[in-house]
Design a protein around this ligand. Structure first.
Ligand SMILES: [Zn+2]
Length: 355
């Protein structure tokens, strides 16, 4: 089914490109969907995936095009062809599957068994079948939980956090959270595995074996990292009621983690944190990335014109207080975050916190 989805995906991409060549405009999602639905009726292989999954493929492509139009001037590229072998997933919304209770699910007209890692709570919104690079299959269920509840103030504490170049997070209370040492060790293991992979002859059994070994190394590090993220999320939500962050800064992430591994690491942490916070009725607040959190003096509000990345500490020309870069940024994020959820305006909070 995933392979069929990949074939349909590529067909849609080809249609998009042809339509643009012929008419000089973007093929709308609705047009594509109705055309592809017609094609599917005549194609046995395409029928192996549910009609809703086919609609979803069209929607994914539409989404990718909209992103492309939005970020066109930043060198973004339109969605392109993908290798069917590497195509990863398909999604079904309300129809095309049925959970039969226990560990059995019917997809299309076949019944499959799965290992259930956790109870499915709430109303099911959709179901995604994913294929990893190792060829394992996962079932991802999205549920609707209903209404969210009020923030429960158990600690009475608000904290701001800054993603740093050195420490993983700097907290407004002056503490730092370092990224664990095992990341570096795992990085070395990945480097070694990747070197071995590239040395093997293309298309050989040895190369495939080396590829799987490399993928396992990647999965190992992301599992350990995720585990650490969960623990950290619990620790922080036990300690604070409201946690403020800047919206993601991808450049900063890459500098911190190195490329491949980095991809989405911080995004993943924030997702886990938001989930844990919701469960415990705590709150995660995001402030605008363009707020000058590093350049503003958290003591008096003075804003520097510029601040080089290499400067770790600076003296405020107005109030003479000495600001440690990361902690100062975290304190500003804390104040802006607190004011954005109606806990007072920034200047009053500043006075109260620094008093
Ligand atoms: Zn100052």
């Amino acid at each position: 089914m995933i392979n069929a989805s990949g074939v349909i995906y590529n067909h849609c991409i080809a249609l998009h490109k042809r339509y643009y060549r012929m008419w000089g405009k973007h093929l709308s999602c609705a047009k594509l969907q109705s055309h592809v639905a017609k094609l599917r009726k005549r194609n046995r292989f395409w029928q192996t995936v549910g009609s809703q999954a086919v609609q979803d493929i069209c929607q994914r492509i539409e989404k990718a095009y909209q992103l492309f139009f939005k970020y066109n001037n930043t060198g973004a590229r339109p969605p392109g062809f993908k290798k069917v072998k590497k195509y990863k997933s398909f999604t079904l919304k309300q129809a095309g599957y049925k959970l039969l209770g226990g560990n059995r699910v019917k997809i299309g007209n076949k019944v499959y068994q799965f290992y259930q890692s956790r109870e499915i709570e709430g109303k099911i919104k959709n179901l995604t079948i994913k294929r990893t690079a190792l060829g394992e299959l996962f079932m991802v269920v999205v549920v609707d939980e209903g209404s969210s509840s009020q923030v429960k103030f158990t600690t009475g504490k608000i904290a701001g956090f800054d993603f740093g170049l050195k420490a993983f997070l700097s907290c407004s209370d002056g503490t730092k959270i370092e990224s664990p040492q095992f990341f570096k060790q795992s990085l070395n293991a990945i480097k070694k595995a990747s070197k071995q992979h590239s040395r093997k002859l293309k298309g050989s059994t040895n190369r495939e074996r080396a590829r799987k070994n490399l993928v396992r190394k990647y999965e190992d590090i992301s599992n350990r990292r995720r585990d650490w993220f969960w623990k950290l999320a619990h620790e922080l939500t036990d300690k604070f009621d409201v946690l403020c962050f800047e919206t993601l800064n991808l450049k900063g992430m890459q500098r911190l983690w190195g490329r491949k591994i980095s991809d989405l690491a911080l995004g993943e942490f924030l997702q886990i944190l938001e989930w844990v916070a919701k469960k415990k009725n705590k709150r995660v607040v995001f402030i605008d990335q363009w707020y000058p959190s590093s350049k503003t003096c958290s003591n008096c509000g003075y804003i520097l014109e510029s601040l080089d990345l290499s400067i770790r500490e600076w003296r405020c020309p107005k109030c003479q207080s000495v600001n440690a870069r990361d902690e100062n940024a975290a304190r500003n994020i804390q104040m802006v975050g607190a004011s954005s959820i109606g806990l007072g305006d920034v200047s009053r909070l500043r006075a109260a916190i620094t008093a």
